[in-house]
Design a protein around this ligand. Structure first.
Ligand code: ATP
Ligand code: MG
Ligand code: MG
Length: 423
């Protein structure tokens, strides 16, 4: 993919945008881009630099993403609404073409990595609640204030807020800022001999610093699981933000029929019925389940005589009960999967296993905890899109506002202490 129209090859210490940003190390990549940790010499802080592939369709996609990220940033001046912040964007010319680059606030590991780190055993309920509060805050903002549908919500696209602030705390993080401002005109391009000297110096220093930030980053959640000892997430702050707006759309200007990643796809999208904000709520429900159990809620596979879509619909009904006939037969693709009674054409025998039982029998949740969580989740997984609660309604749900048992115990104890003091 590192050829004409593809990724831009980056070396540590490479300058971007006239020397404002200096590449530090690769953070990740996707189908469209590579993402680098970079040092922003203007604000003396670390940022994530997303460098898009250069071909026309990727540039188009980047412009689309920039439109949505800009709208999200413009409506959230305080940067409190749990959506990744776009700081800047520019074009970068390289041997493979012109690359659109997005400068984003530097975030930490994805929830997918968090789930892996926890060995697919699921997180404690209080941690899940903290994460859900952030994601719902983000969705409520996108939906209600901006009229935007994210269309690709999933653990991979939710990133923990980095606890590292290398710029503010260089001693603790073992990092020193990697760059003094280029001499003379801050926007002056490369080429001069001073610039070359600075660059060489930078690259050496960057290489040394990179090893250190790698260590710190891993310590954020502790790296990949390797042994069998219990992992503790105690004390790790579970704030997070929604990222990856490459598939976002305005609710009143939809263009794509097939949206969302397979496992997080809502039934109305599979059936090609009308869809709206509530598709994000469905994906949110799937994500919340995965955080609690460590397993994907629906992992459809094609089988003997039926396709992935039909298996997906069958899995949904096994968990949630039979789909109301009106919904089952109401989509442009309904006839491919359902007969006129609203029964699946090729998968005739369903094994029902309702959510609250599944949580207890398979995932060994305590009865009360399973019941509370199922009461929160079930309405979000309604087949009828208009019956699903909004993000705002979810935030007000009793489950979101449960005080943890540990906190309860602490509260009782401190109340007792107060009584003693008073007495
Ligand atoms: P996709 O194929 O998923 O659409 P993409 O090319 O649009 O990929 P992103 O999903 O935006 O790219 O980012 C790719 C990866 O880079 C992420 O999974 C994450 O690991 C990392 N990343 C993205 N944004 C940030 C950020 N703001 N801070 C830290 N890491 C990030
Ligand atoms: Mg992504
Ligand atoms: Mg993307």
């Amino acid at each position: 993919s590192y050829r004409k129209g593809g990724y831009h090859a980056v070396r540590i210490g490479d300058p971007f945008s006239g020397g404002r940003y200096i590449a530090q190390r690769k953070l990740g990549w996707g189908q469209f881009s590579t993402v680098w940790l970079a040092y922003d010499t203007l604000s003396s802080s670390y940022v994530a630099l997303k460098i898009q592939k250069s071909a026309q369709q990727f540039a188009q996609a980047a412009l689309h993403e920039i439109e949505f990220l800009s709208a999200a940033a413009d409506g959230d001046l305080q940067n409190t609404k749990c959506v990744v912040r776009l700081i800047d964007h520019f074009k970068h010319a390289g041997p493979n073409g012109q690359h659109l680059c997005m400068v984003l606030e530097f975030l930490g590991d994805s929830l997918l990595r968090l789930i892996r780190y926890n060995r697919y055993k699921g997180l404690k309920m209080d941690k899940v609640r903290e994460i859900c509060r952030c994601v719902l805050t983000g969705l409520d903002y996108l939906h209600r204030e901006l009229g935007m549908i994210h269309s690709d919500l999933k653990p991979e696209n939710i990133l923990l807020c980095s606890t590292i602030d290398p710029a503010k705390d260089p001693v603790r993080s073992g990092l020193t800022p990697l760059l003094e401002k280029p001499e003379g005109n801050a926007n002056g391009g490369g080429g001069s001999s001073t610039m070359n000297l600075i660059e060489k110096k930078l690259k050496r220093r960057a290489k040394r610093a990179v090893a250190k930030i790698s260590e710190r980053r891993v310590s954020m959640v502790g790296g990949e699981a390797s042994s069998n000892t219990e992992r503790s997430l105690d004390g790790i702050d579970m704030r997070c933000k929604v990222v990856d707006f490459g598939n976002a759309c305005w609710a009143d200007k939809q263009f794509a029929e097939e949206i969302q990643t397979r496992q997080y796809r809502a039934p109305e999208v599979i059936l090609k019925s009308r869809y709206s904000f509530s598709v994000d709520m469905w994906s949110f429900g799937c994500t919340a389940f995965e955080l609690v159990t460590g397993d994907m809620l629906f992992a459809p596979k094609e089988g003997n005589g039926y396709g992935e879509d039909e298996d997906h619909l069958a899995l949904m009904m096994e968990l949630l009960g039979k789909m109301p006939r009106k919904i089952a037969i109401g989509g442009a693709k309904s006839k491919d999967y359902f007969d006129r009674h609203g029964d699946l054409k090729r998968i005739r025998r369903l094994k029902y296993w309702p959510l609250d039982r599944l949580l207890v029998d398979k995932y060994k949740l305590p009865e009360a905890e399973a019941k509370e969580f199922a009461e929160f989740l079930s309405p979000i997984l309604e087949f009828a899109p208009e019956k699903r609660p909004t993000a705002q309604q979810c935030l007000e749900h009793p489950w979101m506002n449960v005080v943890s048992t540990q906190n309860n115990a602490d509260n009782v104890e401190s109340q007792m202490r107060n009584l003693h003091i008073k007495g």
